[in-house]
Unconditional design. Structure first.
Length: 355
């Protein structure tokens, strides 16, 4: 979502074995931080290794590189980076340099507001667009293979109760690959402030998906939305909450969330805080503003110059010999704006065992 424009108004009213490595000149760390885990700590659960601005305001084969809204690891170990203006890049996982760009379109050839990305086990790409909203399956070359059903209330008004550009942002496959989960960014009309719906689909024959359970997740403040979710091997989720306040900057927080005992809200017309609805349980892992800045600079006011409009996230691997420890990569969406930066963040995240 183009957060800088939309949220300023709203505020006013693994399953992958490949791990990303240092990227030479694309890497930045603060002085003395490389050998000091404490100096790199964002919280007791999260630390930051480094960040990279290597792709900021660059182009590849005539296509602007930026506007990134989602990340995924491909089967060959490359990093897929989805931009919200209808391009999907293949990036070198070590250097971040683009190696391929595929243009995406809808059934009529129009560009997408592409936000969520999953690379399925057969290599097909599942991609959301937040204007209808929609989820389509694409081949590697960008051919549409299928379109998933969407519950009527989650459609953009007047067809449903959602607001355009505030719908499907996050997308992830749960362990086992049979269940797909998409997070709405903001509540639909009639739901209480901050109550965001997470919709799931179950895989059927031929790679198709049918509608399944839906869950409710509550953000910490009304101006915070959910730009991304990523499934852990035990079925819990890493969830990003993000917002923007004009003159102050971005708020970005990382949570551990557990949907496994949450109420199926697919039959709940309005989420009003009723006691019979069990929300997705969540625990704050880190406020990214609490991370060390590592020498980063910001082009606009920020609580921490390291911050920008962080929107994409992928789990890139596990820490060797450390149970419950993961390598996580974040990326910011610069909105092709001179006051924002395309920035990659290399985190280490520790989660407690699930019960």
């Amino acid at each position: 979502m183009r957060l800088r424009t939309v949220l300023a108004t709203a505020t006013a009213g693994l399953a992958a074995a490949t791990c990303l490595t240092a990227a030479g000149p694309a890497t930045a760390v603060s002085a003395g931080s490389a050998n000091s885990p404490t100096a790199r700590a964002c919280s007791s659960s999260v630390s930051i290794d480094r960040f990279s601005d290597a792709l900021d305001k660059t182009t590849y084969d005539g296509t602007f590189v930026g506007n990134f809204s989602a990340l995924a690891l491909d089967r060959d170990g490359s990093l897929a980076a989805l931009e919200d203006r209808s391009s999907l890049f293949d990036l070198n996982a070590r250097t971040l340099q683009p190696e391929r760009a595929v243009h995406l379109a809808d059934e009529n050839g129009a560009d997408l507001d592409s936000e969520g990305l999953v690379i399925d086990r057969d290599g097909t790409r599942l991609i959301t667009s937040e204007t209808e909203p929609s989820i389509r399956r694409y081949s590697v070359d960008g051919t549409i293979l299928d379109r998933l059903p969407v519950p009527a209330p989650l459609l953009v008004a007047p067809a449903g109760r959602a607001v355009s550009n505030q719908t499907f942002e996050g997308l992830t496959l749960l362990p086992g690959g049979r269940t797909l989960l998409a997070s709405m960014e903001y509540p639909i009309a009639g739901d209480t402030s901050g109550a965001v719906r997470f919709q799931t689909w179950t895989r059927t024959k031929g790679g198709h998906f049918r509608l399944a359970a839906q869950y409710a997740y509550k953000t910490d403040a009304a101006f915070l939305g959910v730009p991304e979710v990523q499934a852990l091997p035990d079925g819990r989720l890493l969830v990003l909450e993000r917002g923007f306040t004009s003159g102050v900057g971005n708020t970005v927080r990382l949570y551990l969330a557990d949907p496994r005992r949450a109420t199926d809200t697919s039959g709940v017309d309005h989420l009003t805080g009723q006691p019979g609805v069990r929300l997705i349980r969540k625990t704050l892992l880190a406020d990214i503003a609490d991370c060390p800045s590592l020498g980063a600079t910001a082009k606009q006011p920020q609580p921490n110059p390291l911050l920008d409009n962080i929107e994409g996230m992928v789990i890139t691997g596990k820490e060797r010999g450390a149970k419950g420890r993961y390598k996580v990569l974040l990326v910011s969406d610069d909105n092709q704006n001179t006051a924002q930066t395309t920035r990659f963040y290399y985190l280490r995240v520790r989660v407690t065992p699930a019960f």
